[in-house]
Design a protein around this ligand. Structure first.
Ligand SMILES: Nc1ncnc2c1ncn2[C@@H]1O[C@H](COP(=O)(O)OP(=O)(O)OP(=O)(O)O)[C@@H](O)[C@H]1O
Length: 506
C-alpha cells in the first residue's frame, strides 16, 4: 500500500477551507501556511505500525493530541505548567532562560564565592560562576570573591561554566528530584525515561547509560560530558545535567515529545519527502554547529538519534562528546552501526563526511519507511500490502539495474530466504558481515521507489550524500546550499502540525 504523495494545491485549498479552531495563532492565523500544509499526514495510532500517511490535515488538527506534561496540547491550551502553543519559545528555550537567570542571580547575589579560573578578587567585571558538578569539589575551596555581574564570555571556559547550578549552588537537575513517568525507549547502551522534575516543575528525558565503569573512568566520563553544557543550538537536543547512578551514568536532556524519527516512521509509515527535506536541513545545521563551534563529529547519525517535538523542532542527540564513554560502551556494545560509511568500515578515521553518509542512509530510510539495505525477500514477507511481485518495491534503493544485493559469492535461494541477523534499530535482515560487505563493495543506495516519485532535487541531494568516495561526497555546507534545501517551502508551522499529527492518541 503506497502512501499518498503530498497533495496538490487544489487539495490544499480544500483542506484549508475547513475550520481549524483547535490551533491557536500562529498556525490558525496563517492561512497560507495552513493551506500549504495540507500535505501532512493524518494522525495515526501508535498501535498500528503501518498506517498510511493520509491527507486530511484538518482532521489531524481537530483531533486532540496527547501532549506531554509540561508541553502544550494541540489546542494551544496551557497544561498544568502553563505552557501554550501561543508561546513561540520551546520548553528548552524556557529552561535555558531560567538557567541563565539563575546564573546571573548567582553571580550577583552570591558574592561569597567565586569559582572563576582567574582567581582574582577585584571588580573587573568577570562573571563568577559556580563550577560544574564535576569540578565543584575542588573548586569550591577557592575562597576568592567577586561582585562582578557582566558576562565575559571568554572567561567562561568549558571547565568553569555551569548552567546547572541554582542560586544556592545546588545542581539544577538532581536524580532525586526526578520522578519517572514513562519509558521512552531503550537502545544498546541504556534506557531513556520521561521524568518529572519535581523541583523545576517540568518534564525532561533521563537517559541511563550502562557503563559499569570504575569510579575514575566514570568521573572522566562525567567531566567530558560537561562539553554539552556549552552546546547551544536549536538543532541540538538541550542538555540539563549528568550524574552518577550507581556504577552507571545518568544524563538529563530535553524531552522531545514526538520521539525519534525512527519511532515516527515505524508507527506512521514513511515520512513525507518535504518533511524529510527539513530533517536533512536540521541535521546539517546541527552537524555544522557541532563541528564549527566545538570541533565535534557526531559519529552516530541515524533516525533514532534525530528527535522531533510538537513545536515542529528537529534536533540531533547522542553525539560523541566523550571518548571515555564511547570506549566504555564499546566494551559492552553488541550491535554495530549499520549507518557507517564505506571508508569507516574500512578503517579510515571519522570525518564530518562520514556523518554525511549516515545522513544520506537515514534520509532514504525515512522516505521509504524502511532501512535501505533490507533484504527484499524478508521485506516482501512482511509487507502484507504487496500482493504481486510487480507491486512490491524490490530493493528500492539499489541502482535500477541491480536486482538485489549480492550478499555473498555463494548467494543462492536458501541464502535469500535466510532471515540473517536482525540488526538493532532497523528491522534489518542481512547478516552484519553481509551488510558491511555490501556497503563497501556494492553501489550506494539511491532514493528510489517503484511506488512513488521523489523530487529530482531530493534524489540528487541523497546522491551527493552517498558518494562512496568521501572526496566526492558533498560537505554539509554545500548540501545546505542545494536546491532541495534552499527551495523548500515547508515552514516551522507546517512541521509543527506534522509533528503533532504523529503523536498517538491513546
Ligand atoms: N530526549 C528524548 N526525548 C524523547 N525520546 C527520546 C529522547 N532520547 C531518546 N529517546 C527515545 O529513546 C530511544 C532510545 O534512545 P537511545 O539513545 O538510548 O538509543 P538508540 O539511539 O535508539 O539506540 P542506540 O543505543 O543503538 O544508539 C530513542 O530511540 C527514542 O525513541
Amino acid at each position: 500500500m503506497s502512501n499518498p504523495p503530498f497533495t496538490s494545491s487544489s487539495q490544499s485549498s480544500t483542506s484549508s477551507s475547513k475550520p481549524i479552531p483547535s490551533l491557536s495563532s500562529p498556525v490558525a492565523s496563517s492561512s497560507n501556511s495552513v493551506s500549504s500544509l495540507s500535505t501532512f499526514g493524518t494522525p495515526t495510532s501508535r498501535i498500528s505500525k503501518k498506517k498510511p500517511i493520509g491527507l486530511d490535515i484538518s482532521k489531524s488538527i481537530l483531533k486532540p493530541t496527547r501532549a506531554a506534561p509540561g508541553l502544550p496540547d494541540s489546542n494551544g491550551n496551557s497544561n498544568e505548567n502553563g505552557f501554550s502553543l501561543k508561546d513561540e519559545r520551546s520548553e528548552a528555550d524556557r529552561l535555558r532562560e531560567e538557567i541563565a537567570n539563575l546564573q546571573l542571580s548567582s553571580s550577583s547575589s552570591n558574592s561569597s564565592k567565586s569559582f572563576s579560573n582567574n582567581n582574582n578578587n577585584n571588580n573587573n567585571n568577570n562573571l563568577s560562576l559556580p563550577d560544574s558538578p564535576i569540578n565543584s569539589n575542588s573548586q569550591h575551596s577557592d575562597s576568592s570573591t567577586t561582585n562582578s555581574i557582566s558576562i565575559n564570555k571568554k572567561k567562561i571556559n568549558k571547565k568553569t561554566s555551569s548552567k546547572h547550578k541554582d542560586k544556592d549552588g545546588e545542581d539544577l537537575v538532581k536524580d532525586e528530584d526526578l520522578e519517572i513517568l514513562d519509558e521512552l525507549g531503550a537502545g544498546n547502551g541504556g534506557t531513556v525515561t520521561k521524568v518529572w522534575n519535581k523541583k523545576r516543575n517540568c518534564v525532561m528525558a533521563r537517559k541511563l547509560i550502562l557503563v559499569d565503569a570504575k569510579p575514575s573512568v566514570r568521573k572522566q566520563i562525567l567531566r567530558e560530558l560537561q562539553i554539552m553544557n556549552d552546546c547551544n543550538s536549536p538543532y541540538i537536543v538541550g542538555y540539563y545535567g549528568c550524574f552518577p547512578v550507581d556504577v552507571h551514568v545518568g544524563i538529563v536532556i530535553e524531552l522531545m515529545d514526538a520521539g525519534s524519527l525512527n519511532d515516527i516512521y515505524r508507527q506512521n509509515g514513511p515520512i513525507p519527502i518535504e518533511v524529510v527535506g527539513k530533517v536533512a536541513e536540521a541535521v546539517l545545521h546541527g552537524l555544522m554547529y557541532l563541528y564549527d563551534v566545538h570541533r565535534i563529529i557526531h559519529r552516530d547519525i541515524k533516525p533514532s538519534n534525530i528527535l522531533a517535538n510538537t513545536n515542529g523542532e528537529i534536533k540531533i542527540c547522542d553525539f560523541g562528546v566523550s571518548g571515555e564513554l564511547i570506549n566504555s560502551i564499546a566494551n559492552t556494545f553488541v550491535g554495530t552501526s549499520t549507518y557507517m560509511s564505506p571508508e569507516r568500515i574500512q578503517g579510515a578515521p571519522y570525518t564530518i563526511k562520514s556523518d554525511v553518509w549516515s545522513l544520506g542512509i537515514s534520509l532514504i530510510e525515512l522516505a521509504l519507511g524502511r532501512f535501505p539495505f533490507t533484504d527484499s525477500q524478508d521485506q516482501e514477507d512482511q509487507d502484507q500490502d504487496s500482493e504481486t511481485e510487480d507491486e512490491f518495491d524490490e530493493d528500492a534503493t539499489l541502482p535500477l539495474n541491480t536486482q538485489r544485493p549480492k550478499i555473498s559469492i555463494n548467494n543462492n535461494k536458501e541464502k535469500r530466504k535466510s532471515k540473517g541477523v536482525s540488526l538493532a534499530g532497523g528491522g534489518h535482515t542481512m547478516s552484519i558481515l553481509d551488510l558491511l560487505q555490501h556497503i563497501v563493495n556494492e553501489p550506494a543506495p539511491k532514493l528510489f521507489s517503484r511506488k512513488k516519485q521523489f523530487p529530482n532535487e531530493a534524489v540528487i541531494f541523497v546522491e551527493n550524500c552517498l558518494f562512496k568516495d568521501p572526496g566526492q561526497r558533498k560537505s554539509p555546507q554545500d548540501l545546505l546550499a542545494s536546491d532541495w534545501i534552499s527551495k523548500s517551502t515547508i515552514t516551522q508551522e507546517d512541521l509543527k502540525v506534522w509533528a503533532q499529527s504523529t503523536i498517538s492518541k491513546d
